[in-house]
Ligand binder design. Sequence first.
Ligand SMILES: Cc1ncc(COP(=O)(O)O)c(C=O)c1O
Length: 367
Amino acid sequence: MSYREMLDTPCLVVFDDVLEQNLTEMASYARAHGLALRPHIKTHKTAEITRRQAELGAVGHTCAKLGEAEALADAGVLHDVLIAYEIVGEAKIRRLLNLMERVHVTVAVDSVAVAEPLSRAMQAAGTVLDVLLEIDAGLGRAGVLPGEPALRLAREVVQMPGLRLRGLMTHEGHAGRAADTAELERLGRAAGEAMVATAELLRRSGIPVEVVSVGSTPAAFVTTAVPGITEMRPGTYVFYDAASFRFGRIGPERCALRILTTVISRPAPDRAILDAGSKTLAMDPPPPGRHGHGYLVECPDAVITRLNEEHAFVQLPPHCQGLQVGDRVEVIPNHVCPVVNLQDELFVVRDGDVVATWRVLARGKVR
Ligand SMILES: Cc1ncc(COP(=O)(O)O)c(C=O)c1O
């Protein structure tokens, strides 16, 4: 029986051959360009893919939250992690110290206010924590600005006992929101150049910089083309999603994850209702140039116009009105990471059969 009949819906299906292609392509790129690959686990949150990435040569992994790293360390698959996030508060610092006993940990810092309590705690524990300065290379999220502001912070951090400044990191996520490929390339390159120029400024001032780390799937092959970048941290590339189509490098055939869903109502010729609402598809908006809450594989011209918690409203063009109650259809989500976070498991399909079930074990680990 094919997975489409066998699985109950809504559920997440991962096509193993496509996943393998995506993992291998990025690993080969990193190897060919002498870059350390440190994938972000935010997209898959599974032990199985964490392990596979390491087997393909990843130097370690990236997590946003301590809880994600703890879950993967408990599963025995995490050995070296960058927590690409500011660790703030005593409870978190205690957990960080515990994690450091099991895994090599590096954390991001973007201010003295974040770095000082870490320094005090490491001194008290008699240990040393590796840190990267988080640089705001255009996203406008956390991070110190490149150039002189980064140098000022670096000068303070290198003086702090218990901390070892290893280098710089940024998430150039703003490049992925560019209007077109030319803008993506301009923003990605500018982010990479700002990182490398800042690294050189620090080095000229006597501060060693070993790591210059960037991370974004849309800009993965752009930012890392700037000489001097040492590490890449893509996340979404494992599955890709509808937001990934817009620059034309990949299409729906490279999306390794789809939501399998059932038509549960046909209230009008031009409307179908699916059993996957906002609790499954998540609420991320479509990328510029596309409409609706996902890409319906069986009818790309259909538009998922609205979501209730458990219902998707699908507007069907005339050539797709043959859908009937009980039919199964597949949706590529606009943004795959929050969709994975909503499910307990991923069903892995090879040659049409379900060959494995993977637990999304780092889901919901927001602390
Ligand atoms: C700090 C950091 N690094 C890397 C990534 C990976 O980016 P992408 O999902 O575009 O591959 C993210 C994504 O949010 C991030 O926040």
